[in-house]
Design a protein around this ligand. Structure first.
Ligand SMILES: Nc1ncnc2c1ncn2[C@@H]1O[C@H](COP(=O)(O)OP(=O)(O)OP(=O)(O)O)[C@@H](O)[C@H]1O
Length: 326
């Protein structure tokens, strides 16, 4: 879908992209990097809107340097910043964008209605956009990127400014762009963790350079620990503590999980991480829980969180730490 080769973009004071070489296959890909990492610069180059200083890039097999107009016919773009005229309605705006992409009037109206419905805008679509919430504006921006039925969409920080519920809803919509319509997606975020559930593949850039490009599964591979959560009982008011002591007596290595992602369900105690020595570890944990008369809330193989891979001291890029540290 997208291929770049030693792509650089230098501004007088800043190198925004530094010899970036990356291949992006069809599907949903996350482009992750801190603010200023070069994400928006890359998107503008891929759309043929800004020339690279060096190197080359292709989108859908088309050269960004010479075939920008053809790329923009087949690619949708959701910009990062608010760009919606306040005194027109979502319907008027999206119909206008559809017409700009070359759709005839009737098809533009029909596609607009379908796309706005898909992003979850109903009666509000006839009201001026100046009165919309941030979430509604982000949905209109997504709709205008989809309205001409592109093969690929480039979404620049679609969750920006949204609260956690709004973020989840937007990420669900982004995923459905691919599952419902078969459109490939490149979505940017400055938050590593939030793309974990949405993307098949994640590309991480920092200071315009490629840090890592791999499938989400590779990022979140299974670790050698088992997360175990139990309930308290009358005879064991701190069930987690009782289980920890018993597991250590049984010869296992275990400890409380301290990572935020391992928080227990409210009222159900805490989570222990148990090193999996071999297959017998599962039996020992199950039998110990049963012997103590505790309720087993969950026992599951723990996976890495994407954010852990890059946390100083815990990731593969830090020789001092181990990626298993939790
Ligand atoms: N037109 C420009 N002129 C000068 N410097 C620029 C220009 N556009 C971007 N930059 C600089 O290039 C670097 C990369 O910016 P870019 O907008 O691509 O980052 P980003 O990863 O998208 O971050 P953000 O989400 O904050 O926009 C930044 O240091 C930015 O200040």
């Amino acid at each position: 879908m997208i291929a770049t080769e030693s792509l650089s973009k230098r501004f007088p004071r800043v190198t925004a992209l530094d010899r970036l070489t990356v291949d992006i296959a069809p599907g949903v890909t996350g482009l992750v990097g801190a603010n200023g990492a070069g994400k928006s610069t890359l998107i503008k180059i891929l759309l043929g809107l800004s020339p690279a200083t060096e190197g080359r890039a292709e989108v859908l097999g088309l050269d960004v340097a010479t075939q920008g107009a053809r790329i923009r016919e087949q690619v949708g773009y959701m910009p990062e910043h608010d760009c919606l005229p306040p005194d027109v309605s979502a319907t008027e705006f999206v119909v206008h964008m559809a017409r700009m992409s070359g759709l005839p009037p009737a098809a533009a109206r029909e596609r607009t209605a379908d796309t706005l419905r898909h992003v979850g805008l109903y009666e509000e679509r006839y009201r001026p956009m100046g009165g919309y919430s941030t979430g509604m504006k982000q949905r209109v921006k997504l709709a205008q990127a989809l309205v001409h039925d592109p093969r690929l969409v480039l979404l620049d920080e679609p969750t920006n400014g949204l609260d956690p519920v709004g973020r989840d809803e937007m990420l669900g919509l982004v995923r459905r762009v691919h599952t419902d319509f078969g459109i490939s997606v490149l979505v940017t975020s400055h938050l590593l963790g939030e793309l974990e559930r949405t993307c098949d593949h994640v590309v991480v850039i920092d200071g315009g350079r490629l840090l890592r490009s791999s499938s989400t599964d590779e990022f979140t591979q299974v670790t050698g620990s088992l997360a175990v959560e139990v309930t308290d009982t009358d005879s064991h008011p701190d069930g987690t503590r009782a289980l920890l002591d018993a597991l250590i007596r049984a010869g296992l290595t275990a400890g409380p999980a301290t990572h935020a992602g391992e928080q227990a369900a409210p009222g159900s105690g805490h989570v222990l991480l148990v090193d999996v020595a071999d297959e017998s570890t599962y039996d020992v944990v199950r039998d110990t829980v049963a012997d103590l008369g505790l309720g087993l809330v969950r026992m599951e193989q723990r996976r890495h969180r994407i954010a852990e891979v890059f946390r100083p001291g815990t990731g593969p890029y830090d020789e001092r730490g181990s990626a298993d540290a939790a």
